[in-house]
Design a protein around this ligand. Structure first.
Ligand code: AMP
Length: 121
């Protein structure tokens, strides 16, 4: 499946749709999630056209991968999450219920995150 240039995060990157920006550098943009699941819920996205970690890890140049990972760490530090801790999460595909087909890492903080996954019933 080809990258969809009209996906919502692509449109945010192009400046067509506003976002509540918390961080930006050459490789990444970070903004508050519109439907926060924690007191801090930020999305960090690479500036390149990648649908998920799958094609990002396969196709992105090393500098983009390194820059993106550094950006995730910078965001957590700048938001003051390092002391008490935080969780990052990235969804790929249907089983993970990925909604937006532009690679993004969720950063959650400022509360106890509970167990890693809900148990199967
Ligand atoms: P995922 O299920 O990992 O694809 O998560 C997509 C996330 O994007 C969800 O947490 C949504 O609340 C969030 N989201 C969707 N549209 C926007 C938007 N315009 N600005 C900020 N967050 C958004």
């Amino acid at each position: 499946m080809a990258y969809d240039d009209q996906n919502i995060f692509a449109r945010i990157l192009k400046g067509e749709i506003p976002c509540d920006k918390v961080y930006e550098d050459d490789h990444a943009l970070a903004f508050n999630d519109i439907n926060p699941q924690a007191p801090v819920h930020v999305l960090v996205i690479p500036k390149g056209r990648y649908q998920s970690l799958d094609d990002f890890s396969e196709k992105a140049p090393e500098a983009e991968i390194a820059g993106f990972i550094r950006a995730v760490g910078n965001v957590a530090r700048e938001l003051g999450l390092t002391g008490d801790g935080y969780r990052i999460l990235a969804n790929h595909g249907a089983d993970a219920r990925q909604e937006v087909p532009h690679f993004h890492v969720h950063v959650f903080g400022k509360r106890d995150m509970g167990p890693m996954l809900r148990r199967e019933r």
